[in-house]
Design a protein around this ligand. Structure first.
Ligand SMILES: Cc1cc2nc3c(=O)[nH]c(=O)nc-3n(C[C@H](O)[C@H](O)[C@H](O)COP(=O)(O)OP(=O)(O)OC[C@H]3O[C@@H](n4cnc5c(N)ncnc54)[C@H](O)[C@@H]3O)c2cc1C
Length: 485
């Protein structure tokens, strides 16, 4: 059988336009037999699969072969006698398409990220998460994969349905082979009650977190106010969605928040280019764009997924344990103020701690080097049953802290992001999201992933020659560290 796309080279650019590469071969196979033939042809090379290219880290890069599974787009629903449901989803299916299919059957996914334009396979590979629950990876019960045989070295199909193989495949960074389909748990379609409130402190947010499963909050730079999105699930109530208040809320969010506010921000940042004006926008205009005091019931995906894909941006996301959250917030406030040049120095306590880790002078040298220009997002992520997702096997809840940049000046963002990632890593055990801007190294993060060596070992069972590795995964996952002792 001929392979339908013995592709020539390709030029690949990710969503954020910060990762670009030119693989020698780009394949769009039609079926599993073709995937196996591609693996056989590249058994001595490097193979990466791309989804919707929404990642910002170098996780995507392959100079050799790239496989695009857009033609693997079947979705089947399975139910057991107790009414539990699973979707078996082809690796090329976009989240938004999967949700539409599930919706027709009265189902949805337990957890949703802020955008739905990624593939489910890509989401699984990097432990994409929402708020208030473990990541999506946690809900995967089976993965069908094309990889190699440890004994013969030949390409073959593997079914991961249990034990460490499944835990590794649940968040694999693409190192466990080519995912062909994913079996993921579903839940009945539900609505979410949302209200937005301004609160006095992060402590106040934390006090109410148990009553609001999908709670998240933002810290508004430069006036440093805290706004909490109080969200809790309700049974599905379609009639509530057509209420005037819900319709107004939806239209306002789409036009004013998702479109207009972002458009104006980008104008200020990239055309007017005056840091003072950008700070004014955040301090004085953005808070009034939030609709506080409304109680609205909406379908889950309308509330939980925002339209973050509308404008190109780049994101650093750091995960910190709950016990460090409040201190981390305070340090972030001070660091961002120094970077923006609105504060000349940090408090005595932070200065001492930064001096201890050798970062104080580095921060003070960066005064005025970068104006952070977006609300800082915080989401609660519960422990995952995986080997290496950001909350793998954690003993406590974590909070993810997101720094978005819409500036065309990605270099200034990179400098600030690198500093923040290192400081929050050393002070508060922060670890970056594998799929987002990733400025750290194996030495910085390995201690937070106690099952990393087991992960490497499981990967070697299906990929003895490291075909599914690239420079990024070798470096950050420590594949260069030698075999498991
Ligand atoms: C607008 C936007 C919003 C986002 N919101 C969130 C969010 O709310 N929460 C969150 O956690 N993340 C979020 N992300 C990050 C995003 O979900 C992850 O980076 C995800 O991995 C991207 O999926 P993708 O389909 O684009 O995969 P890609 O970025 O193309 O690939 C990601 C990884 O998956 C691997 N991969 C993809 N398909 C396969 C396959 N079939 N077999 C093996 N490996 C495969 C690739 O090799 C690569 O290593 C967001 C990103 C953007 C751009």
């Amino acid at each position: 059988m001929a392979i339908s796309s013995w592709g020539q080279g390709a030029h690949i650019l990710n969503f954020g336009r910060n990762v670009r590469f030119n693989p020698r071969r780009y394949y769009v196979p039609e079926n599993e037999a073709e995937v196996l033939r591609i693996l056989t042809a590249h058994a001595e090379g490097t193979v990466r699969v791309v989804g919707a290219l929404h990642s910002w880290s170098n996780i995507l890069v392959s100079e050799d072969a790239v496989i695009d599974l857009r033609r693997f787009n079947d979705v089947e629903i399975e139910r057991d006698d107790d009414g539990n449901a699973w979707a078996v989803v082809g690796a090329g299916v976009l989240l938004k398409d999967l949700l539409a299919i599930l919706r027709d059957r009265g189902l949805t996914l337990p957890v949703l990220p802020g955008a739905t334009t990624q593939t489910l396979a890509g989401c699984i590979a990097t432990a994409t998460h929402g708020s208030g629950l473990p990541s999506m990876s946690h809900y995967v019960d089976g993965v069908r994969t094309a990889a190699f045989d440890a004994q013969t070295g030949k390409a073959r199909i593997h079914e991961f349905t249990g034990e460490d193989e499944l835990l590794a495949a649940r968040c694999s960074l693409g190192c466990m082979g080519v995912m062909l389909s994913i079996r993921i748990r579903c839940v009945p379609l539900f609505s979410v009650l949302e209200s937005v409130q301004r609160v006095e402190s992060v402590a106040e947010v934390l006090t109410s977190r148990r009553g609001f499963t999908f709670q998240e909050f933002i810290l508004m730079p430069y006036n440093w106010s805290v706004y909490v999105f109080q969200r809790r699930p309700l049974g599905y109530r379609p009639e509530q969605e057509s209420r005037l208040q819900a319709r107004f809320y939806r239209a306002y969010k789409s036009f004013v928040q998702d479109f207009l506010a972002h458009w104006i921000l980008i104008l200020f940042l990239n055309v007017i280019k005056r840091p003072g004006a950008v700070r004014w926008l955040l301090k004085s205009v953005f808070p009034s764009v939030l609709l506080t005091g409304f109680n609205v019931v909406e379908r889950n995906d309308r509330v939980l997924a925002r339209k973050h894909e509308l404008f190109r941006h780049i994101e650093l996301e750091l995960f910190v344990p709950l016990r460090h959250l409040e201190a981390a917030v305070e340090s972030i406030r001070e660091i961002i103020s120094v970077f923006a040049g609105t504060e000349w120095d940090v408090s005595f306590g932070l200065a001492e701690r930064l001096a201890e880790i050798g970062l104080l002078d580095a921060l003070l040298e960066k005064r005025g080097a970068y104006t952070h220009h977006y609300p800082i997002y915080f989401r609660r992520v519960l422990p995952d049953e995986t080997l290496i997702s950001m909350t793998a096997g954690a003993a406590e809840d974590h909070y993810s802290i997101s720094f978005f940049s819409y500036s065309v000046d990605q270099e200034s963002f990179a400098v600030a992001a690198e500093f923040l990632a290192l400081a929050i890593n050393l002070l508060y055990e922060g670890r970056p999201h594998w799929g987002k801007f990733f400025p750290l190294h194996y030495e910085d993060v390995a201690q937070f992933y106690p099952r990393l060596a087991e992960f490497r070992e499981v990967c070697r069972q299906v990929d003895p020659k490291g075909v599914f590795q690239n420079r990024f995964t070798r470096q950050v996952l420590g594949f260069d560290q030698g075999p498991l002792a």
